[in-house]
Design a protein. Structure first.
Lengths: 103, 309
């Protein structure tokens, strides 16, 4: 295994770990605002790491660039959807979690 | 490794399809349906049918998802009538089993390892004017089917408008919202670029008018949802022209050879590539407009707000 492949594997595993953490967050966090954090921050970092890992393995610069573009568009759309969903939730009167432990 | 991915897809697709039908809540069903569409696009890609994968992703998932999501804002969530459903279940199961058997038999009855018409298409591809076999079949060898398909789409757009004739203008108040405004500014150029690229690439790779039209319509949906554009009105002359460009141009190109002694839809070999490109451009506009005609405006204000949470 070449050093480049090892580096790529490290990035891929790190990305998978972040995605897993994000998914656990979506399932376990107490309210919609916290879940949005897990979905649009942690998962984006995970996707970014996966993209870097795949770009290291790609055969051409064009493929690597396309992969980075995919990440960029996911970043843009998730930044906007996060704000839009949070705003819609606030307007519908979803009360942000106050930090209490669940009984 | 590939087997692992394919196995996951083969397990997840029926499971998701079952969950879509099973779930009690409409909004959950819509989200599951979108997930199902994405995975089936992946499935088509794995089956080496990138053209269908693109259409499934753009139309089956993107636009249909947006349409269903939007329709949710028009509907009230009512608890389903579980008892009536249980009474229908045995018949549904029987019908499903019969259909599965029939489809399974049809698939097994197919000759194994048959290239179909692929070899003939490859042999005649030089004459079609394009390099991508799917485009060659859609717009040259079987142009007749595509022409009729466009006519069907046009009728569908008229039907959609007949069911819901409401249209609305862009509201200048909502357009001031910085969040959606920025979204519109960032997404629209990219979507226009992708649509243009897909028409161009249809000549020698997976792409073409249907995919490009769907992406263009996606841009239109973003514009409608961010209040930059009203929903298209049938009374508008521009909308009518956009709807008719594709069919009229296609019919013109189809009929033209009749006057010079040719047959219907017989493209002269020298100009076939150019003609197909022009027809595809026009079809893109029409398909995008047809798909936008399905998109209803926001729901008329309710008199008494229901139990929306």
């Amino acid at each position: 295994m070449s050093p480049l492949e090892l580096l790529s594997a490290a990035f891929l595993f790190a990305g998978a770990a972040f995605c897993l953490a994000g998914t656990v967050g979506v399932l376990r966090f107490p309210d919609v605002y916290c879940r949005l954090h897990a979905l649009t921050k942690v998962d984006n970092l995970g996707l970014g790491l996966v993209v870097v890992g795949l770009a290291l393995r790609s055969s051409s610069w064009a493929t690597a660039l396309k992969l980075l573009l995919v990440w960029l568009f996911v970043l843009i759309s998730s930044a906007f959807t996060c704000q839009l969903i949070a705003r819609a939730a606030l307007r519908r009167g979803a009360v942000p979690w106050g930090g209490r432990r669940e009984p | 490794m590939d087997g692992l991915l394919d196995g996951c897809l083969a397990l997840c697709l029926p499971l998701l399809a079952y969950l879509v039908l099973r779930t009690e809540s409409l909004s959950q069903a819509v989200v599951l349906f979108v997930a199902f569409g994405l995975l089936s696009a992946l499935g088509w890609a794995r089956l080496e049918a990138p053209d269908i994968a693109l259409v499934e992703a753009a139309v089956g998932t993107g636009l249909t998802g947006a349409l269903l999501m939007h329709t949710l804002s028009w509907t009230e969530e009512t608890p389903p009538d579980v008892r009536a459903r249980a009474r229908r279940r045995p018949w549904a199961l029987l019908a499903m089993a019969a259909l599965t058997l029939l489809l399974g038999w049809a698939v097994l009855a197919l000759p194994a390892d048959s290239p179909g018409l692929g070899l003939e298409v490859d042999a005649r591809r030089e004459d079609s004017g394009v390099k991508h076999p799917v485009t060659a079949v859609l717009l040259n060898f079987r142009g007749y089917d595509t022409l009729l398909e466009i006519a069907v789409l046009l009728v569908a757009a008229l039907g959609a408008r007949a069911v819901n004739p409401r249209s609305e203008r862009a509201s200048s108040e909502a357009a001031k919202d910085p969040l959606t405004g920025e979204l519109f500014r960032m997404m629209t150029p990219a979507l226009l670029l992708v649509a243009g690229y897909l028409v161009w690439v249809g000549d020698h790779g997976p792409g073409g008018a249907f995919q490009a039209g769907a992406i263009l319509a996606g841009g239109g949906v973003v514009a409608i949802l961010t209040s930059r554009m009203g929903t298209p009105r049938m009374s508008s002359l521009r909308v009518r022209w956009a709807l008719l460009t594709g069919p009229l141009l296609f019919i013109g190109v189809a009929v033209a050879p009749l006057f010079s002694g040719g047959r219907l839809l017989e493209f002269p070999e020298k100009y076939a590539g150019t003609l197909i490109f022009i027809v595809e451009m026009a079809l893109t506009v029409t398909i995008a407009m047809v798909l936008l005609m399905f998109f209803p405006g926001t729901r008329p204000p309710r008199t008494g707000r229901g139990s929306a949470r």
